[in-house]
Design a protein around this ligand. Structure first.
Ligand SMILES: CN(C)C(=N)NCCC[C@H](N)C(=O)O
Length: 274
């Protein structure tokens, strides 16, 4: 029997969102974003979380940072400890201090400014046993060591090889963070990393190329409800068979920048009780 646990998320409104440059294969500055539609879709996602019983905190958007809506890239929070981001591309560099300022202003005391390039939850995924960490396009393998040391959680490094899946969270999602249950698209990983995933997660849900291309792995689970882009319909049945409830949302405007549900959602994981 699956149960949802209430979560705390940090989201950043798309006030300045647009495709102003191209730093991944999905981005084409000649394909404009509809700002009103983007806001509508983002608000629908925020309201969906609230109606599922979750708390959504808001990070103020900064003019001139069009990708800041992808809040999951700004920091990783595990056990109430905050590892800031260091972006690979200069276009996004100024998002990192804006995130750190939010955490400092909101009572977080264990905040680390990273030494190495890491794009936060874009490349870090938290399961009950491990911190899964992507590299190949954005985050540095040195950041994996830094995260292991900071969070005192064993890190499993995974190599991404397909430029369309440039962040780990475009190719892998945690479904149950108390039981090491994940779903992923094997085609996004190197042969060695695929073998590691098969060894650690023999019961994982394997996504098809179609569901991966629809950003189906860019999903957010509370242990029961799995919020994912509405186009990723092929995942619905396998999710239901495992006892999850798929919740489809329309984030098509954000797909133009190479992001979807998870990218817009940073999880604020609390310190363990006691
Ligand atoms: C999980 N997250 C946050 C993501 N996968 N992020 C999407 C980032 C999109 C942005 N245009 C970029 O290329 O950095």
């Amino acid at each position: 029997m699956r149960t949802a646990t209430p979560r705390r998320y940090l989201m950043c409104p798309p006030a300045h969102f647009r495709v102003a440059y191209s730093i991944n294969p999905w981005m084409d500055p000649d394909k404009p974003v509809d700002p009103a539609l983007a806001l509508f879709q983002w608000e629908d996602l925020r309201d969906r979380y609230r109606s599922l019983g979750h708390t959504v905190e808001i990070l103020d958007p900064v003019a001139g940072l069009p990708d800041m809506v992808f809040a999951a890239n700004g920091a990783t929070v595990v056990d109430g400890r905050v590892l800031g981001a260091r972006f690979a591309n200069p276009e996004r560099a100024d998002e990192a201090p804006a995130h750190l300022a939010w955490f400092r202003a909101h009572g977080y005391t264990d905040v680390r400014e990273p030494e190495h390039v890491n794009e936060a939850e874009g490349d870090f995924a938290v399961t009950s046993s491990w911190l899964l960490a992507g590299q190949g396009f954005r985050s540095s393998p040195l950041a994996h060591d830094e995260a292991q040391e900071f969070f005192a959680r064993p890190v499993i490094s995974l190599e991404l090889t397909d430029p369309r899946y440039y962040h780990l969270d475009t190719a892998l999602a945690v479904l149950d963070d108390t039981a090491d249950e994940i779903m992923y698209y094997p085609g996004a990983f190197s042969p060695g990393s695929r073998a590691v995933l098969a060894r650690l997660f023999p019961g994982a849900l394997l996504a098809t190329a179609e569901d991966a291309a629809a950003f189906g792995l860019n999903a957010v689970s509370d242990g029961l409800n799995v919020v994912l882009p509405r186009e990723a319909t092929g995942l619905h049945e396998p999710l239901r068979e495992r006892g999850y409830v798929p919740v489809g949302v329309d984030l098509a405007e954000f797909h133009k920048a190479g992001g979807s549900v998870k990218c817009c959602t940073m999880e604020l994981r609390p310190a363990p009780a006691g």
